[in-house]
Design a protein around this ligand. Structure first.
Ligand SMILES: Nc1ncnc2c1ncn2[C@@H]1O[C@H](COP(=O)(O)OP(=O)(O)OP(=O)(O)O)[C@@H](O)[C@H]1O
Ligand SMILES: [Mg+2]
Length: 415
């Protein structure tokens, strides 16, 4: 007699598995998995999932939905190992996180999961993530105005990081931040640094082209007005390169209504962008649009730029309220205070503290006032590093770029 009962194979190989400490803590995930997959999914612990990948049965597995919350923060190494092994075996990973701290979030982003969702899961989010992991990577073409070295490496399946910037009030410095962050990231390494692109989605008053002295081209309009025809080829052709290092999609020549594109168009655009670049920086219009949510859900980090004034504070409050009310992933927001008071300005610092408290937010980034040099660099169409390398604003953005660069760098090495 053999005691094979416990070793009975599953009746049919499962297509997907949830992986968590206790799946009952993620009941919305159970519901969504049932809707998406019926009966053909299983549930595993972190350790069992790793063991499962070693078995032949796992070949039929399409993806893991790895769910974690604050209680699992001690298991990061294990979760990282699981994700790396999954990648190795061609199993996609959708990471679902509830209430994890920003530093853990950063580490998680490094792990190379295919998609990242907040918990509680927003309506339809799992469905969209599954569609995304099932969509084949777009074909990659060489950029028309090929930046040296960049084109050569623009290949393979790839999932670049998306960082968005959004000014919570007019003129708070969101575009200056986006342009300089993109440039610092693109030039951090002399050779073989991350491939970076900057997308100006502020279709009306977007000033990326001014700040980098690039012409606004009609092809951008053509690209945006027919996204069904959009592919890596015409996306790259609509871009320009700044100083051979940074690819830029400027706003179109004519001022366009912001609803010329819808959420699906923007999703297509972002998917193509991140398949072709290691880092995608998106400069958003300050107006909320139907596709703000799309960018928010695609972004790894969404920088909300504000100043220390009532206008910014009130808009921040309304923005947070909206995101929370609509169950959007507000935890992706990182508040950046521009023209922040100096270290020695105790009164100013007390005001920042009060503002953060009254809004119930963390202001994680302090961008100093860089005085006239900043506006001058903008007017000359140059990033600060090219025109005013010692400017305090530049130094702070370079520091941020260095920390983001580490995160992105490990992604490149990982594949
Ligand atoms: N930290 C800073 N120190 C000094 N000047 C700054 C700083 N940040 C931005 N500026 C200047 O403020 C002006 C507005 O900046 P920017 O265009 O980046 O703001 P924005 O939030 O993108 O505005 P918009 O509402 O037009 O999108 C520019 O002239 C820029 O040079
Ligand atoms: Mg702007």
């Amino acid at each position: 007699m053999t005691s094979s009962v416990a070793l009975q194979p599953e009746p049919a190989p499962v297509a997907a598995c949830t992986v968590s400490r206790d799946v009952q803590a993620f009941d919305l995930l159970i519901e969504d998995m049932e809707t998406e997959l019926g009966e053909s999914w299983g549930d595993l612990s972190f350790e069992d999932a790793i063991a499962f990948l070693e078995q032949p049965d796992s070949e039929a597995l399409e993806f893991f939905a790895v769910a974690m919350n604050a209680q699992d923060e001690g298991e990061l190494a294990l979760i990282g190992e699981l994700i790396a092994l999954s990648k190795d075996r061609g199993v996609k990973v959708i990471l679902i996180a509830e209430d994890v701290s920003p530093s853990v979030l950063h580490q998680l982003l490094k792990t190379g999961a295919n998609d990242f969702l907040p918990y509680p899961l927003p309506e339809g989010a799992l469905h969209e993530a599954i569609v995304r992991i099932r969509t084949p990577e777009p074909e990659v073409a060489a950029p028309a105005n090929g930046a040296n070295g960049l084109a050569a490496r623009a290949g393979g399946s790839h999932d670049g990081a998306i960082f968005a910037t959004h000014g919570l009030a007019g003129g708070v410095g969101a575009t200056t931040f986006a342009v300089n962050l993109a440039w610092e990231l693109a030039t951090k390494e002399k050779k073989d640094g991350p491939r970076v692109c900057l997308l100006d989605l502020d279709f009306q008053t977007g000033s990326v082209s001014t700040y980098l002295d690039l012409p606004r081209r009609d092809v951008v309009y053509e690209l945006l007005s027919d996204t069904s025809a959009m592919d890596a080829d015409n996306f790259l052709q609509a871009m320009q390169t700044f100083n051979d290092r940074l690819h830029v999609l400027t706003a179109p020549a004519d001022m366009l209504p912001l609803d010329i594109v819808g959420p699906e168009d923007i999703a297509t655009l972002l998917d193509i962008a991140r398949a072709n670049f290691d880092v995608v920086i998106v400069d958003m219009p300050k107006t909320l649009v139907a596709w703000t949510e799309t960018v928010l859900s695609h972004a790894n980090v969404y920088f909300a730029v504000l100043e220390l004034d009532m206008r910014s504070a009130q808009n921040a409050l309304r923005f947070m309220r909206l995101l929370k009310g609509e169950d959007l992933p507000y935890e992706k927001l990182r508040f950046a205070l521009n023209r922040a008071p100096r270290f020695t300005d105790l009164q100013g610092k007390a005001r920042v503290k009060r503002m953060a408290e009254s809004l119930d937010i963390d202001i994680e980034l302090m961008l100093p006032d860089g005085q006239k040099q900043v506006a001058q660099a903008c007017d000359h169409g140059l990033p600060l590093s090219e025109n005013a390398g010692k400017n305090p604003l530049r130094k702070e953005i370079a520091k941020l770029a260095a920390s983001l660069h580490e995160l992105v760098g490990s992604e490149i090495e990982g594949g």
